[in-house]
Design a protein around this ligand. Structure first.
Ligand code: COA
Length: 258
């Protein structure tokens, strides 16, 4: 069953299911309901023979500001079957081609979900960041495994320990994105690439993706299980509470006693 909510628009056409994040007033940060809708849409796209490709996109000014911080504070995901973990599991195991079009900020899961996409097209305004430590948290979506592999350990440490952002050109250089475009063109270009894929034989696409991912699949799922357990513990620890409260109060967090 697909949960349809205004903040996640689901549009299926020509073999391509497009998931559009649509919560601009909160910079497309993701609530539990949005993760649930995304997870359901992926589950449906996986089963539905008429969906051959999935494209995730945001707005030309912002892709996704990560998890909703109010949600983190007031209703942290409690178990491995929470909507956020269902979504992460869904993208990590999605068998058909998965594309993303990314413009503006891509924070936290806004960046880590891209490690699971097959093709990523970015606006030249894209800014990627994984500030988990700054929030008293740890990486998720197997980014603690996949970021060092893709970026090299030291660049990954800059991104994951310091939480420093990197821009579209740097993401292109390391291979996190396939192409950088003007922000007004990124979604349309990704859609055109998705259509190209949708015209190809599905079984060949699925088998080729499976073969390319095979060696990594188990390590990725194991890493996600470890990260998930750690993440849930840190989410309710004092450092995260201080970070979330500081964000809500629009002040710098004070970790001096933590
Ligand atoms: N959760 C909840 N609210 C968020 C949010 C989030 N992750 N990201 C942004 N918002 C809210 C802001 O609090 C602000 O609300 P207000 O209008 O009531 O003040 C509104 O969205 C607009 O955000 P703002 O920070 O003013 O926009 P910006 O263009 O200056 O900056 C970001 C955009 C994405 C760089 C910045 O909002 C940000 O860093 N957000 C937090 C990202 C984060 O740490 N996510 C968690 C990762 S695990």
């Amino acid at each position: 069953m697909t949960t349809t909510i205004e903040e996640v628009r689901v549009h299926a056409e020509g073999g391509v299911t497009t998931l559009t994040l649509n919560r601009l007033e909160r910079k497309n940060s993701l609530t539990g309901a949005m993760y649930g809708a995304l997870a359901d849409a992926l589950a449906q796209a996986r089963e539905d023979a008429s969906t051959r490709v999935v494209l995730v996109q945001g707005h030309e000014t912002v892709f996704c500001a990560g998890n909703d911080i109010g949600d983190f504070l007031h209703q942290p995901p409690a178990g491995a079957d929470s909507p956020v973990f269902r979504f992460l599991q869904g993208i990590a195991t999605f068998p058909k081609p998965l594309l993303a079009a990314v413009c503006g900020p891509a924070v936290g899961v806004g960046t880590t979900m891209l490690f699971h996409c097959d093709l990523v097209y970015a606006g030249d305004n894209a800014a990627f960041s994984m500030p988990f430590v700054n929030l008293g948290l740890c990486p998720e979506a197997a980014s603690s495994l996949l970021a060092p592999q893709l970026l090299g350990y030291h660049r990954a440490a800059e991104a994951l320990l310091l939480g420093e952002p990197f821009m579209a050109e740097a993401a292109l250089e390391v291979g996190l994105v396939n192409r950088v475009l003007p922000p007004t063109e990124a979604n349309a270009y990704a859609q055109a690439q998705a259509r190209k894929l949708a015209a190809k034989p599905l079984a060949s696409l699925v088998e080729t993706k499976r073969l390319m991912k095979r060696a990594q699949q188990q390590p990725v799922l194991q890493q996600m299980a470890d990260e998930g357990e750690t993440f849930r513990r840190l989410l309710v620890a004092p450092a995260a509470k201080e970070a979330f409260t500081a964000f809500m109060e629009k002040r710098k967090p004070d970790f001096s006693r933590l």
